[in-house]
Design a protein around this ligand. Structure first.
Ligand code: ZN
Length: 277
């Protein structure tokens, strides 16, 4: 079914044809194939608009935006815009990596698993990518990647990514640099959990999350915070209460709002580094 044959079946002068001629229609759904499933045909204007959404979304990711323009344009048709929801698990330990993701305005946390639970080993937002171990030659994920803040991302199938990665030295340089920064962040995190207080780690964790989303309101339940910080829930309460008393944050029903960013930065441990750009 093509656009042309769909148009031929619309009666001249009918309301559908008039709406189409007036440019008010973005897509035609054709149910004429007999199996009950509609065949969606996007009109050129809608196709262009979707491409632009993908385009803008990809630019918003800093790793992709750092590529030379022509390399970036080559990559663009391979990138698929996706909406990720809080709680989605996009990679699991021991499971083959199918896509690498470049977040736009969602936040993904990387968690290492032990029998007793999970511990955060990295956080990825518009500054990075999920699936960095694939860049380093691993076919399966070593971490669980869970979406903590809903939002958009673009993703690419690993087979397509492979071809581009082998070809493009700029992409290699950019992603090796990023992989090294992530490894450094994980090492820092290990030292941080050993030496810094739960309260200062909580402040850092909130700032790092906020750097990667546009909203000041963060959806973090007590349980997820306990998992992120590798402590029991009671310890989360003890860390949240003083920050709340000082008016730096508000915590209501699983939502944390940062009220006074400067104060929270002062309360954060020395491991905190703002996202560039
Ligand atoms: Zn620290």
């Amino acid at each position: 079914m093509t656009l042309k044959s769909a148009l031929l079946r619309l009666v001249e002068g009918s309301p559908e044809r008039e709406a189409l001629d007036a440019g008010e229609v973005d897509a035609i759904i054709d149910y004429g194939n007999g199996n009950g499933n509609g065949n969606v045909i996007l009109l050129p204007g809608a196709r262009r608009a979707l491409r632009e959404v993908g385009n803008e979304a990809a630019i918003a990711n800093q790793l992709l935006a750092a590529l030379p323009r022509e390399e970036y344009r080559r990559l663009l048709p391979l990138l698929e815009p996706v909406a990720l929801r809080a709680g989605d698990v996009i990679q699991e330990p021991g499971v083959p990596i199918r896509h690498v993701y470049f977040p736009v305005d969602c936040v993904v946390r990387l968690l290492a698993a032990v029998q007793e639970g999970h511990l955060e080993v990295g956080v990825v937002g518009r500054d990075g990518m999920v699936g960095v171990s694939y860049v380093l030659g691993a076919q399966v994920s070593s971490v669980r990647a869970t979406v903590y803040e809903s939002g958009a991302a673009v993703r690419i199938k690993v087979a397509l990514f492979d071809q581009e990665f082998r070809r493009c030295t700029c992409l290699q340089q950019e992603l090796y640099r990023y992989a090294d920064a992530k490894a450094a962040q994980a090492r820092q995190g290990a030292a941080c959990s050993q030496f810094h207080s739960v309260q200062s780690r909580l402040a850092r964790c909130l700032l790092m999350t906020q750097d990667r989303v546009l909203s000041k309101e963060l959806c973090l339940t007590q349980e997820s915070l306990a998992g992120l910080l590798g402590v029991r829930r009671g310890a989360v309460n003890e860390a949240v209460a003083p920050l709340q008393r000082r008016g730096l944050i508000a915590y209501v029903r699983g939502k944390i709002t940062i009220l006074e960013r400067q104060g929270l930065e002062a309360a954060a441990c020395s491991c905190y580094r703002p996202v560039r750009g």
